[in-house]
Design a protein. Structure first.
Length: 126
């Protein structure tokens, strides 16, 4: 009989991290960039920062999506128009939020500009 063991990976930030410049224990903190909360460790002596690798990877995915332009069609559905949202964007939002309601907030911001807000609609429903 073969036994299989499942090893749960530990997070690198669960360990003590020493500053490479000062050899001092770094303190855990958070950094907010473009609405993203990134876990960081900061040296209390020289203020050197290290961003959690997984958070940095997700942030870079967000920046890549943000800089990408999608061309989508507007279609007439009944008395309304529908615009499809690329799966790539919706999948990213679902991964970040874990739960996403079907309702979104749509605003007419300026001439020729609409905004679609997933986060605000979620707050309004609570």
């Amino acid at each position: 009989m073969t036994r299989h063991y499942i090893h749960k990976m530990t997070d690198i930030f669960d360990n003590t991290i020493l500053c490479k410049n000062c050899n001092v224990k770094m303190n855990k903190g958070k950094l907010v960039k473009n609405g993203f909360v990134l876990r960081i460790v900061v040296c209390p002596k020289c203020n050197s920062k290290i961003i959690h690798p997984a958070d940095e990877q997700e942030y870079n995915r967000f920046i890549n999506l943000k800089n990408k332009e999608f061309r989508v069609k507007m279609r007439l559905v009944g008395n309304s128009y529908a615009v499809s949202i690329p799966k790539e964007i919706v999948s990213f939002i679902r991964e970040q939020e874990k739960i996403m309601d079907d309702m979104v907030r749509l605003c007419f911001e300026d001439f020729g500009r609409l905004s679609l807000n997933f986060d605000e609609a979620k707050k309004l429903n609570k």
